[in-house]
Design a protein around this ligand. Structure first.
Ligand code: NAD
Length: 467
C-alpha cells in the first residue's frame, strides 16, 4: 500500500485489474474497475431502491433471500471452482465457503419475521420501539475469504431491509460478481444488492464519504480500518471493523500432546495462514515443550502443499507474488526450527514454517504475517501464558488446550480476544457472534444479533389522552 495520497477521493483513470490464478500465475480475467462517477450512480440507485425493499412484507423478503440461498446451493460447485481459481483455496475450503453464503442467507431470512420491537410500559399512552433499517450499507471485503466475509455483511443487511453495495478486494472479485448475478436471478430487484469491483481508495473510500451510505462494514487491515473509521466519524456514519489478528494457541501440560500437535497446523496454516483467526503464536508449557515440538515437526512436515484443486492438497499458494514477498520478508534473519515443503512454482507458494523467536518484541511475534508462518514460545505459569497471549496490539481469536475446566474458563476470561476456543481451533459459526478486541476491530458480526446491527431503534410514544 502506498503511504501517501491513497486515501483521497480521485476520479482519475482507473486501470483494468488483471485477475491472476495464484496456482498458475496466469491471468484468468480482466476486470474494469468502477470509477468514482459509477460508484456515485450506484449509491444513488441503491438509495432509490431501498424504501421499496424495506416495505416488502417480511415473508416476501425472506422468500427472496431463501431463493437466493437455493441458487447459491445449486451453483455451489461453480462458485467453489471460481474461488479455487481466483484465490487458490483448496476445493474443500472453497465448497465450505460457498456453503457458508447459503447458510448465512437462510439464517438471515429466518430472522426477518422475528425482527420485532418492544412495547414498554409508560404512563398516559403506549410506547413502542421499531427496528428501522439504516438505508444503504457499503461493505468492503478483503481477498482472504471473499465469499464468507461478503455474506457476513450482505445477508443480515439485506434481511433487515437495507440495500447493499459490495466492494470486493482488487485481487478477488469473481465470486462476488457471480453472487450478484445469482441475486438478480433469484428475483431480488435491481439496486438492492450491487457489486462494485474497484480500487479501495476510490470505491471503498467513497463508501465512507458519501452521505447516502449509512453504514460501512470493513474487513481488512488495521491501517485502512483506522483511516475509514476517522473518515466515517465526520458524518457519524456507522462502521463495523473486522481487522487483523495475532492469536495465541496456548498449550498447557495437562493435554493430549498427540492431539494438540496434530491439530496445531490446521489452526495456523489453513488457507495458507491467510486467516485473521490464524493461531500464529504457539505458547507451550515448559514441561512439555520438547515433546510438543517433536510431534509438531512430524505434523508440519506432513502438510501437503500444492495445487489446491487436487483433493489431497491441504494448503495451496498465497494470493499473489507481492503478498508472498511480504510474507518471506518476515523470515529474514529469524531462527527457523523446521519447515514443511512446497512446490517451487509457478504458484506463489511458501512452505509451512515454524520460527523460534529471540524475544517477545520481535517483529514476527508482534505483527500479523498473514502467511504459513508460526512462532513457538515457552511459558512456565498460567499468568505468564496470559500475559504473552495479551502482549500484542490484536485481540481476535485464540485457543486454550487443557483438561482442567477451571483453568480453561479462567484463561478464556483473561485473554483479551473476541473469539476463544477450548480444546479446539474453531472460531467462526454463522450463528455465534464474531469480532475483535483492541486493534482487531470494533463491533460484532454474525450471531443472533446480526440483523439488529443493521437497524436503528426508533421509539414512538402514542398518547391515549381522551377527546
Ligand atoms: P486491506 O485493508 O488492504 O484491504 C481490504 C479491503 O479494503 C479491500 O477491498 C481494499 O480494496 C479496501 N481498501 C484498501 N484501501 C482502502 C481505502 N483507502 N479506503 C477504503 N477501502 C480500502 O487488507 P487486505 O490486505 O486486503 O486483507 C488482509 C487483512 O484483512 C489482514 O490484516 C486480515 O487480518 C484482515 N482480515 C480480518 C478479518 C476479520 O474478520 N477480523 C477477516 C479477514 C481478513
Amino acid at each position: 500500500m502506498a503511504t501517501s495520497g491513497w486515501w483521497s477521493d480521485h476520479n482519475g483513470s482507473v486501470q483494468a485489474h488483471d485477475i491472476i490464478n495464484p496456482t498458475t500465475a496466469q491471468r484468468i480475467a480482466t476486470i474494469q474497475p468502477t470509477t468514482l462517477d459509477d460508484a456515485d450512480r450506484a449509491i444513488q440507485a441503491a438509495s432509490a431502491a431501498q424504501p421499496a425493499w424495506a416495505s416488502l412484507a417480511p415473508g416476501d423478503r425472506a422468500r427472496l433471500l431463501r431463493r437466493f440461498a437455493d441458487l447459491v446451493e445449486t451453483h455451489l460447485d461453480e462458485l467453489a471452482a471460481l474461488e479455487v481459481a481466483n484465490a487458490g483455496h483448496t476445493t474443500s475450503n472453497a465448497r465450505w465457503e460457498a456453503g457458508n453464503v447459503r447458510d448465512l442467507l437462510e439464517y438471515a431470512a429466518g430472522g426477518i419475521e422475528r425482527l420485532s420491537g418492544r412495547q414498554i410500559p409508560v404512563a398516559g399512552g403506549l410506547d413502542l420501539t421499531f427496528r428501522e433499517p439504516l438505508g444503504v450499507v457499503g461493505i468492503i471485503v478483503p481477498w482472504n475469504f471473499p465469499m464468507p466475509i461478503a455474506a457476513w455483511g450482505f445477508a443480515p443487511a439485506l434481511a433487515a431491509g437495507n440495500t447493499v453495495l459490495l466492494k470486493p478486494a482488487e485481487w478477488t472479485p469473481l465470486t462476488a460478481l457471480r453472487l450478484a448475478e445469482l441475486a438478480l436471478t433469484a428475483g431480488i430487484p435491481e439496486g438492492v444488492f450491487t457489486v462494485l469491483p474497484g480500487d479501495g481508495p476510490v470505491v471503498g473510500h467513497r463508501f465512507a464519504t458519501h452521505p447516502l451510505i449509512a453504514k460501512v462494514c470493513f474487513t481488512g487491515s488495521t491501517a485502512v480500518g483506522a483511516h475509514l473509521m476517522a473518515t466515517c466519524a465526520t458524518q457519524m456514519k456507522r462502521i463495523t471493523l473486522e481487522l487483523g489478528g495475532k492469536s495465541a494457541n496456548i498449550i498447557f501440560a495437562d493435554t493430549d500432546l498427540d492431539e494438540v500437535a496434530a491439530a496445531a497446523p490446521g489452526g495456523v496454516f489453513d488457507n495458507s495462514g491467510q486467516d485473521c483467526c490464524a493461531r500464529s503464536r504457539i505458547l507451550v508449557h515448559d514441561s512439555v515443550f520438547e515433546g510438543f515440538m517433536e510431534r509438531f515437526e512430524g505434523a508440519v512436515r506432513s502438510v501437503v502443499v500444492g495445487d489446491p484443486s487436487d483433493p489431497t492438497t491441504m494448503m495451496g499458494p498465497l494470493i499473489a507474488e507481492r503478498h508472498r514477498s511480504r510474507v518471506l520478508s518476515y523470515l529474514d534473519g529469524v531462527d527457523v526450527a523446521f519447515a514443511g515443503t512446497a512446490p517451487d512454482g509457478p504458484g506463489f507458494y511458501v512452505p509451512p514454517t515454524v520460527v523460534l523467536p529471540k524475544t517477545n518484541e520481535d517483529r514476527i511475534v508482534q505483527e500479523e504475517v498473514f502467511g504459513p508462518v508460526v512462532t513457538v514460545q515457552r511459558f512456565s505459569t498460567e499468568a505468564e501464558a496470559i500475559a504473552l497471549a495479551n502482549s500484542t496490539p490484536y485481540g481476535l481469536s485464540g485457543s486454550i488446550w487443557t483438561e482442567n475446566l477451571s483453568r480453561a474458563i479462567r484463561v478464556a476470561r483473561a485473554v483479551t480476544s473476541g473469539n476463544l476456543s477450548v480444546n479446539s481451533h474453531s472460531s467462526v459459526r454463522y450463528w455465534t457472534p464474531f469480532g475483535g478486541f483492541k486493534g482487531s476491530g470494533i463491533g460484532r458480526e454474525l450471531g443472533p444479533e446480526a440483523l439488529e446491527q443493521f437497524t436503528e431503534v426508533k421509539n414512538v410514544f402514542i398518547s391515549t389522552r381522551e377527546g
